[in-house]
Design a binder for this molecule. Structure first.
Ligand code: DQA
Length: 138
C-alpha cells in the first residue's frame, strides 16, 4: 500500500469558510474523507499547521518513510527558504499543490521557494489539485 501524506500550511484549516469564492466551500476534513474513500488502496495521512517550523519538522519526519508528500505550504510557499530547503533535503518526492492558480493572482504569489525542489507542481484546479497529485502516485 502506498503511503502518502498531505501537508497543509497556514490558514488552510479555515477551508470552507475562508474566501469561498477562491477556495470553495468544502472543509478539508470533508474533502479528505471523500479522498480516503475513493483511494482506499492508499494510506493518506494528513497534517496541517499555521507554524513554519512545525511544517519543516513534519517534512523532515515524513520525508524518509513516505512514498510521497503532497504539500500546500500556502503563504509560506512565497516566503520560506526554510521549507524550500526541507523539501530539498528529504528523499520522498514532494508534489507542490495549490488550490488557486497563483499565477493569475498578485505578483507576490508568482514566486515559490518549493517549486525548484518539487517533483512537480499542480495548481489552479481547486481541491481537485490534491486529487491530481494523488493520481500521480498510481
Ligand atoms: C494557496 C495560494 C497561496 O498564495 C495562499 O497564500 C494560500 C493558498 C492555494 O492553495 O491556492 O494560502 O496555497
Amino acid at each position: 500500500m502506498k503511503k502518502l501524506i498531505i501537508i497543509n500550511g497556514p490558514n488552510l484549516n479555515l477551508l470552507g469558510t475562508r474566501e469561498p469564492e477562491i477556495y470553495g466551500s468544502l472543509s478539508f476534513t470533508e474533502f479528505l474523507d471523500e479522498l480516503r474513500a475513493k483511494y482506499f488502496d492508499m494510506s493518506i495521512d494528513y497534517f496541517q499547521s499555521n507554524i513554519e517550523g512545525e511544517l519543516i519538522d513534519k517534512i523532515q519526519e515524513a520525508g524518509f518513510s513516505y512514498d510521497g508528500i503532497i504539500l500546500n505550504a500556502a503563504a509560506y510557499t512565497h516566503t520560506s527558504v526554510g521549507i524550500g530547503d526541507a523539501v530539498k533535503a528529504v528523499e520522498s518526492p514532494v508534489i507542490e499543490v495549490h488550490i488557486s492558480n497563483t499565477f493569475a493572482r498578485e505578483d507576490f504569489r508568482h514566486q515559490s521557494f518549493i517549486s525548484p525542489n518539487a517533483k512537480g507542481v499542480i495548481l489552479g484546479f481547486g481541491l481537485q489539485s490534491y486529487e491530481l497529485a494523488i493520481q500521480s502516485f498510481i
